[in-house]
Design a protein around this ligand. Sequence first.
Ligand SMILES: CC(C)(COP(=O)(O)OP(=O)(O)OC[C@H]1O[C@@H](n2cnc3c(N)ncnc32)[C@H](O)[C@@H]1OP(=O)(O)O)[C@@H](O)C(=O)NCCC(=O)NCCS
Length: 225
Amino acid sequence: MYLLEVAEGHSDQARVAARFLAERCNGHDFPFDMTSGTVPMTPSTCPARGREDSVVSALFSIRPLREDQDFALVKGLYLRADDYVMMESGLAISDVLVADFFSCCPPSRDLSRSVKLGLFRSQDLLAIADLVFSYPNEGDAYLGLMLVARESRGLGIGHRFVEHVIALSRAHGATRLLLAVLDCNVRARAFWEREGFHLLHTLPPACMGKKIHVRHQMAHLIASD
Ligand SMILES: CC(C)(COP(=O)(O)OP(=O)(O)OC[C@H]1O[C@@H](n2cnc3c(N)ncnc32)[C@H](O)[C@@H]1OP(=O)(O)O)[C@@H](O)C(=O)NCCC(=O)NCCS
């Protein structure tokens, strides 16, 4: 229980403790040093993650975000993940960007068919996601964005969030979850492949803010229950 309390803090130690707990409850064991700020991770000590577990669930909660009550939290998250925004658009974090996150939905689609999700550790917003149902076609769901705060990456949060997004998509009748990853975002592409996404096709170069990107559309098939 004490380690769980440590993991809920904001220090380097908290990140180490959270990572330790997340991996331990997946059944993995590895050397652990609370003073170093890093946990040695090798393929033999940290095999692929896979199971839902109670400790991770106790650490993280996921809920829909609302513009009227969560605007400042989402802006804070964008500031803690501005490396990605810089890579994608070259634009600075602004209120307009945050308002776009809340209002964004595909052309001719109803905003009520989209959900903006936040993943929290206690009251701390660690990650956001933008999910649209029945887009681009009935039976599809589209993950427009997933963004984890810089200091919280590599803890299994992305994996946990994707599991939730897939379950939610399935509950809305989707048989496929789609997304697009920037060609230059090599680590994210590896992440999606590990999560079971495969390449559908490569999109022609498109302007995004101050940048021009080639993007790869990827899909994850969703089996019904
Ligand atoms: C991609 C992302 C959502 C994955 O979430 P996460 O919580 O870091 O993922 P997990 O801890 O479950 O898995 C870690 C893996 O994610 C991948 N990853 C991708 N970008 C990463 C980053 N900037 N930092 C750390 N890991 C990253 C790596 O493959 C990593 O595995 P590795 O340590 O063996 O290289 C997250 O890193 C992120 O928000 N990155 C910046 C924004 C982004 O690229 N979003 C996706 C747009 S398509």
